[in-house]
Design a protein around this ligand. Structure first.
Ligand code: TXA
Ligand code: MG
Length: 308
């Protein structure tokens, strides 16, 4: 089937209340019509996700986003600079019908993002309205960054699945709340430094669980124990290296060159691969904390069970 036929078929499935596995530049999503409470409920069921944890509304462009959320000057600056791309804005909800109450988990705010992946963009254009799309993993598992992992996680619940190849970024979008004081709810590929350069300091979200419901649950976790800041693996451990390291059985190198973007793109796939070998634990080399390193370390701490 040709690509545009696949897209039209996926859009038709969405209109009928079906779910679609959708590639994005960050991670694979499980998409549904944001206005259809039954379709949105099916997303929560497919993921085993607590219904107090709201979903991101994905839009084709800023004009669509402005119909569902109220943009202030700071939100406009960020959307104009980083969309389409890996940045989600949490804003006061505008037209509450376009993104149903269940998708917002009953909050009066809404999370919006315009993804950059060409297949996600084509699907949004063909569908013609906002799509909710949480990461396509079952709740509490690492986000899928390949088509095969997405299908393994939630494929059984999807009416169709679009193969967009491996995700270029590999970590979920940066989430910034612009409600009263701007705060970073989830670090990602758009870095704290890039955002602060445009709108000034971002508060930490840790203290405000109501503003970031996703922080209430353990996230991104493989089955194995995780040991962070490991210089070398112990006997029986799998090892996620960063920078030069001898290759060998049980070793996955996030980036032999020590490149953070490469490490981010490999993180979840390597965690999954290491986890499948059922090691005593997964030891992970220290990762520098600046720039994209903040997001990588955030996901690693969650996988290790240190946060939330
Ligand atoms: O990169 C991404 O954002 C991926 C791709 C598929 O677009 N999607 C994704 O969605 O990561 P999900 O549902 O796995 O994560 C959404 C995060 C959750 O932590 C949720 O709590 C938060 O966004 N969120 C959504 N709506 C919110 C709201 N109104 N207020 C605060 N946090 C919100
Ligand atoms: Mg997720």
């Amino acid at each position: 089937m040709e690509r545009h036929q696949q897209i039209d078929q996926a859009a038709a499935a969405l209109r009928q209340g079906g779910l679609v596995i959708m590639p994005t530049e960050t991670v694979y999503g499980l998409a549904a019509d944001a206005a259809d409470p039954r379709a949105v409920a099916a997303v929560y069921v497919a993921k085993g996700r607590p219904s107090f944890n709201p979903l991101i509304a994905h839009v084709a462009d800023l004009a669509t986003a402005r119909r569902i959320a109220r943009f202030d000057a700071r939100a406009l600056v960020l959307a104009e600079r980083f969309w389409p791309g890996p940045l989600t804005l949490v804003l006061p909800a505008a037209d509450e019908a376009a993104v149903c109450d269940l998708a917002r988990a009953g909050l009066d705010t809404v999370a919006v993002r315009s993804p950059a992946h060409p297949l996600a963009r084509a699907l949004l254009a063909s569908f013609g309205g906002p799509l909710v799309a949480p990461s396509a993993n079952r709740s509490g598992r690492p986000s899928p960054t390949t088509f095969a992992d997405a299908v393994e996680e939630t494929g059984a619940a999807a009416a169709c699945a679009l193969d967009g190849g491996p995700c270029a970024i590999g970590l979920e979008s940066t989430v910034v709340a612009l409600l009263d004081q701007p705060s970073l709810l989830r670090p990602g590929a758009v870095t704290r430094e890039q955002i602060e350069a445009l709108i000034g300091p971002l508060a930490e979200a840790e203290a405000d669980a109501r503003r970031s419901p996703g922080r209430l649950t353990r996230h991104y976790a493989p089955a194995s124990l995780i040991r962070l800041e490991a210089e070398v693996p112990l006997a029986g451990e799998a090892f996620l290296a960063f920078g030069p390291h001898a290759a060998g059985p049980g070793v996955w190198n996030l980036s032999p060159a020590g490149d953070l973007a490469e490490a981010a793109a490999n993180l979840f796939a390597h965690l999954r691969a290491a986890d499948r070998t059922r090691p005593l634990a997964i030891a992970v080399a220290p990762i520098p904390g600046q720039g994209l390193g903040e997001a990588i370390n955030d996901r690693l701490r969650r996988a290790a069970g240190y946060v939330g």
